[in-house]
Design a protein around this ligand. Structure first.
Ligand code: DAT
Ligand code: MG
Length: 149
């Protein structure tokens, strides 16, 4: 089964959007396999955003991500990486479609509420940065034939 890393950023936590975001992912049918509220240390922010370290927006991004607790999650489902990106919407909320998390709940690229891994490889890497294997819970939720043919 595929897994992805999703993180509600500090603006989303502070604005009380965690419940709505979890609810959207649950109602889609995705399975939550790990979750924790955490103030990210600098080294893990650097690891998480490795590809952006040299970008001009990185210092501001780091300050934003470390400005308060983030809600870190791992979600499971067939094709979950792409499904979560679709639910999340475009990086810039001004371009994110209505119905998506960023389209409905955010205004600014620098306060875009949520992170989701962009590929299965990124997902594996990002889950490894933030979670130990013991934190990923294996359990049966419902009869999977209700979700998948
Ligand atoms: P995404 O989060 O949709 O995967 P990304 O990986 O390109 O987008 O960028 C990571 C985060 O960095 C993004 O959620 C918001 C911030 N960011 C990206 N491009 C930016 C820009 N041009 N100005 C300010 N912040 C930016
Ligand atoms: Mg990205």
């Amino acid at each position: 089964m595929d897994r992805t890393f999703v993180m509600v950023k500090p603006d989303g936590v502070a604005r009380g959007l965690v419940g709505d975001i979890i609810s959207r992912m649950e109602r889609k049918g995705l399975k939550l396999v790990a979750a924790k509220l955490e103030l990210l240390p600098e080294n893990r922010v650097g690891e998480q955003y490795k590809e952006h370290l040299e970008k001009p927006f990185f210092p501001g991004l780091k300050r934003y991500i470390m400005s308060g607790p983030c809600m870190l999650m791992v979600w499971e489902g067939y094709g979950v990486v792409g499904i979560a990106r679709t639910l999340i919407g475009a990086t810039n909320p001004t371009e994110a479609a209505p119905g998506t998390i960023r389209g409905d709940l955010a205004l600014d690229i620098g306060r875009n509420v949520i992170h989701g891994s962009d590929s299965p490889e990124s997902a594996m890497r990002e889950i490894g940065i933030h979670f130990s294997s013991q934190e990923l819970v294996e359990y049966t939720r419902i009869d999977e034939s209700l979700l998948y043919e």
